[in-house]
Design a protein around this ligand. Structure first.
Ligand code: HXC
Length: 522
């Protein structure tokens, strides 16, 4: 047969038209505002720029406000599947060039179908958001669409990884789909997220604020903790997605992929023998510890600008994905507050959902005191950490490097909440509270009896030292089996690697009572 059949020519014409979304002019506007189009973004996401699009020919069926004349194939969203680093992924990319990527009934139906595909085969979903929100001309049909997307987000939660990238506006109730997903990556300058925009804010409470001050990437990543990563542009955002996916299994029934990192699993790190300052009141850089212990160049920090007194992120140990949780003594001496509690608890629960072992580095003098924290519910928030660790059934390995005091000791991966292997450095101090505070209470009468202040301070120092020697050393906890091993810091990597090899096949043997679901303190 010569040439292409008429029907096939017609199909090609339709596909070419569909690929233009809202048209050439709108594509030009998208580019000039520093953004890529939906299909360009998907090309960056999928291996070799190749993907299979579905529902390309969907159109809306609204008629109000001249909508019958305003149609484009795809209805403002591109849905596709393809491979990312060789593994199947479903991608959803809102197309701002048609009606500002606004969400109408059919637009939403496409998103729901894409998520159903992902969930039914157990692969991650990546949702590239760029939308003016609910399509105003479609009224409640649009809200129904959003509701169904949220329902799918919740159904998929903990079953397949869900990653949201915010690459343009994301306002009103639209923010809740990303918020229900596991990670949010925001693009600096071109994206924002808020419940109510600047105009409504001005009318409602008289506050003058710009979109970016209200909900730009930097604010959401540092102040609110809504965003987990900030990217400089669309390309970088997609690179972060790929890196993130590389640590994750495709679904909760699989293990994360193990990768050859070329780093010697038995590497010793003599530097660590001196990393903890002699003066226990002095901070140091926890990153030095983490980066020396995990496989080289594998640490991917999550929420790095939010609640800096805690550090969370993915890394590899002998090629296995692990979740790292640590205190950061450079902020509040590593104490836990509301934000760091939320940050840690959420991360631990994510890791547990997706079969990723948790490695915790502890240096925690307690919870941040004072009315500010108490009145905002540090009790409720701190309890989330306990809940998350106790609930987690993945391998839990803990290294106590310095302070592990009080409730914070219990909360952060202690044996008592089911940690599998707990190590302590000889510099560890494990106690109900700091030695000075403890001595003041234990020997209060003796101390009060001394009228001379210098003498009293001297005695307090001596008694604190006695308390430290008798009760806070790691040997005391080790004598009771609360610590499995006291190790030289330089040996931490190899001990962790060996423990990981043992516990990677851990099965949950502790019986849990039948229930619908527990109630994590929210
Ligand atoms: C219908 C919309 C739209 C929307 C944008 N467009 N948002 N159409 N419904 N929500 C259309 C515009 O009319 C325009 O169409 C095209 O998309 C591009 O928009 P521009 O305004 O030219 O672009 P820009 O200057 O970049 O501004 C983007 C914007 C602005 C900031 C998003 O469009 C805007 O403020 N839109 C309204 C946002 C809004 O109030 N959404 C509802 C939020 S409440 P033409 O034909 O001119 O090209 C909500 C509730 C969700 O979402 C509840 C879920 C539970």
């Amino acid at each position: 047969m010569n040439g292409v059949r008429r029907e096939i020519e017609e199909l090609r014409r339709v596909v070419e038209e569909a690929k233009l979304g809202g048209g050439v002019e709108a594509i030009g506007r998208q580019h000039s505002s520093g953004k890529l189009t939906a299909r360009e973004r998907l090309e960056l996401l999928f291996d070799d720029g190749k993907y299979t699009e579905f529902d390309m020919l969907v159109t809306h069926r609204a008629t109000e406000f001249g909508m019958s004349e305003k149609k484009a194939y795809g209805d403002g969203v591109v849905t596709a599947f393809g491979r990312v680093s060789g593994r199947n992924v479903v991608g959803i990319a809102q197309d701002f060039t048609f009606m500002g990527g606004s969400v109408g009934e059919m637009h939403a139906a496409k998103i729901v179908k894409a998520m159903q595909f992902a969930l039914s085969v157990g692969v991650p979903v990546v949702f590239l958001n760029d939308s003016g929100g609910a399509r105003i001309q479609e009224g409640v049909d649009s809200l129904k669409g959003y509701g169904e997307i949220f329902h799918m987000n919740v159904t998929a939660s903990g079953s397949i990884p869900q990653i949201a990238v915010i690459m343009g506006p994301c306002a009103g109730g639209a923010v809740y789909s990303p918020a229900l997903m596991d990670f949010i990556i925001m693009v600096s300058k071109t994206s924002y997220m808020f419940i109510t925009g600047p105009r409504v804010v001005k009318v409602a409470i008289g506050e003058e604020v710009t979109e970016y001050e209200l909900g730009g990437a930097e604010v959401q990543a540092s102040r609110s903790g809504v965003a987990h990563f900030v990217a400089g542009d669309d390309r970088e955002a997609i690179e972060i997605v790929k890196r993130l996916l590389s640590y994750l299994p495709s679904n909760s029934l699989e293990l994360p992929p193990r990768v050859e990192t070329g780093d010697d699993p038995y590497r010793e790190e003599p530097y660590l023998d001196n990393v903890i300052p002699e003066d226990t009141a002095k901070p140091y850089n926890m990153y030095e510890i983490i980066l020396r212990i995990v496989d080289r160049d594998t640490f991917l920090e999550v929420q790095k600008d939010f609640a800096k007194n805690a550090i969370v992120g993915f890394a590899r140990l002998d090629g296995y994905t692990v979740c790292v949780v640590a205190n950061n003594p450079l902020y509040y001496m590593g104490s836990l507050d509301i934000d760091s509690s939320d940050k840690i608890a959420r991360f631990v629960r994510f890791c547990d959902s997706f079969n990723i072992p948790i490695v915790t580095f502890v240096d925690v003098p307690g919870f941040v005191p004072g009315t500010f924290q108490e009145h905002r519910g540090i009790i409720r928030h701190g309890a989330k950490i306990i809940y998350a660790y106790a609930e987690a059934t993945v391998p839990k390995l803990t290294v106590i490097v310095r302070k592990a005091y009080g409730g914070a000791y219990i909360a952060l991966g202690s044996k008592h909440l089911g940690a599998d292997f707990v190590m302590a450095w000889p510099t560890a101090e494990i106690a109900v509270m700091g030695p000075e505070a403890a001595a003041e209470i234990v020997w209060r009468k003796e101390l009060q009896a001394i009228k001379n202040e210098n003498e009293r301070t001297e005695l307090l120092k001596k008694l604190a030292e006695e308390y430290r020697r008798r009760l806070t050393t790691p040997y005391y906890a080790a004598s009771r089996g609360y610590i499995d091993a006291v190790i030289e810091p330089s040996q931490t990597r190899k001990t962790l690697v060996e423990a990981l090899h043992l516990f990677i096949t851990k099965r949950e043997i502790r019986a849990r009572p039948p229930k619908k679901h527990g109630l994590i303190p929210l």
